[in-house]
Design a protein around this ligand. Structure first.
Ligand code: LRH
Ligand code: MN
Length: 384
């Protein structure tokens, strides 16, 4: 049992986002921090620290144009030298003035062409970096009833998605991300899992859905969505984070560790650990130190996954079959209430890592080094 669990935990790869290493914030303030990277190369170096201390964060998601460089092949080679790889390529059709009334759904065909050109450029960057995943999030929506035709916008969206789908090469896929609201406050053109699923189903196997844990209405049962999409073979990935209110982008598992456990249990139960699901973090460390924030987040996903793997599936199935409501719930709660930190510390030592990645990073002196080196230049940030 423990050997299988350890093997599954060793195989768990969590992708960190390049933008989590840069400055981020809210519309009220973006706080600058010492030692923040000034370019994608320095972001990769910081991401490599997370992998060096956790052993399970071998890839880094890029966001274009935040991570725009002259030579993406050279950037990918630099990543390899650091011991990491380039993960999902994230498009950005939400920050250009042209997209005020939408990007691929904009009433103006010229704006739609501009947006599509960016999405196709992101596939070129996948080719150049060896990435097999394009992540598509559209801020597109409206703020007032009547502002635009809801159905016509879906037609425009479908047209753009179909053009991107046709451009995908062998072994490549795109993940369509949904979000309930923000920045649009009346309609959002991809507001929920059903809309994303329907578009992906119509397109084919290279189109899957990404579940960002901060993109649901309060009270939505996210693990149900996970179980359903996995069953359909349409769960392409997660954007992990946590929230108390809306899209807070806090550390995954920080606001609701029990929800993360329930989600990872449905992943384990649905075979999602070996189904090519991308476990990505999508977070902003507005006030906390960035690299330790990522290390803690990776550890939170590991702990939730270890607890999910500890569920006594036979006892659970027997209790469920017997209609033993409290018995079945107790089986799950026993796993959730198990302290898995000793198991994970042991696993890290067996793989030559320090048992406590947070303490190991703090002792490494890396932060002091980058804080001293990274003086001058422009710190990376969302630039919202
Ligand atoms: C949108 C989102 C999307 C990214 C952005 C950084 O809220 O979750 O995944 O492009 O955050
Ligand atoms: Mn996201």
């Amino acid at each position: 049992m423990t050997t299988d669990i350890k093997a599954a935990l060793r195989a768990l790869h969590i992708e960190t986002p390049s933008w989590a290493y840069g400055n981020s914030g809210t519309r009220f303030k973006v706080f600058a921090q010492r030692g923040v990277p000034r370019d994608p190369y320095e972001k990769l170096a910081d991401a490599a620290q997370v992998h060096a201390h956790t052993g399970v964060a071998p890839t880094v998601a890029l966001h274009i144009p935040w991570d725009k460089v002259a030579d993406y092949g050279h950037l990918a080679a630099h990543a390899r030298e650091l011991g990491v790889g380039i993960g999902a390529i994230n498009s950005n059709v939400f920050q250009d003035d042209a997209y005020m009334l939408g990007s691929v759904t904009n009433p103006d065909p010229a704006v739609r062409r501009k947006a599509l050109a960016h999405l196709l450029e992101c596939v070129d960057i996948m080719d150049a970096t060896g990435s097999d995943t394009l992540k598509l999030w559209f801020s597109d929506g409206t703020n007032y009833p009547g502002q635009d035709d809801i159905r016509a916008r879906q037609d425009r969206l479908a047209e753009a998605l179909s053009a991107v789908y046709a451009r995908l090469g062998e072994g490549q896929r795109f993940l369509l991300e949904y979000k309930l609201f923000e920045p649009a406050f009346y309609t959002t053109d991809v507001p929920d899992w059903g809309t994303a699923y329907a578009h992906c189903l119509r397109l084919g196997p290279k189109a899957q859905v990404v579940v960002d844990t901060g993109h649901h209405a309060p009270g939505v049962n996210i693990e149900f969505i996970v179980a359903f999409l996995l069953r359909e073979g349409k769960l392409g990935g997660f954007d992990f984070n946590s929230r108390f209110y809306a899209d807070d982008d806090l550390m995954v598992g920080a606001a609701d560790p029990f929800q993360l456990f329930r989600i990872m249990y449905e992943v384990v139960r649905g075979g999602g650990l070996t189904a090519g699901v991308a476990f990505m973090l999508d977070q902003c460390h507005n006030i906390e130190p960035k690299i330790p924030g990522q290390i803690r987040s990776v550890m939170n996903v590991q702990e939730a996954t270890a607890k999910a793997l500890l569920v006594d599936r036979d006892a659970l199935a027997a209790a469920q079959a017997g209609g033993d409501v409290l018995g079945a719930n107790a089986v799950l709660m026993d796993a959730y209430n198990t302290d898995v930190r000793p198991l994970l510390a042991e696993l890290r030592e067996e793989t030559g890592l320090a048992p406590d990645p947070m303490a190991a990073y703090a002792k490494s002196g890396y932060f002091e080094k980058i804080a001293a080196e990274r003086v001058g230049g422009t710190q990376a940030g969302w630039g919202a």
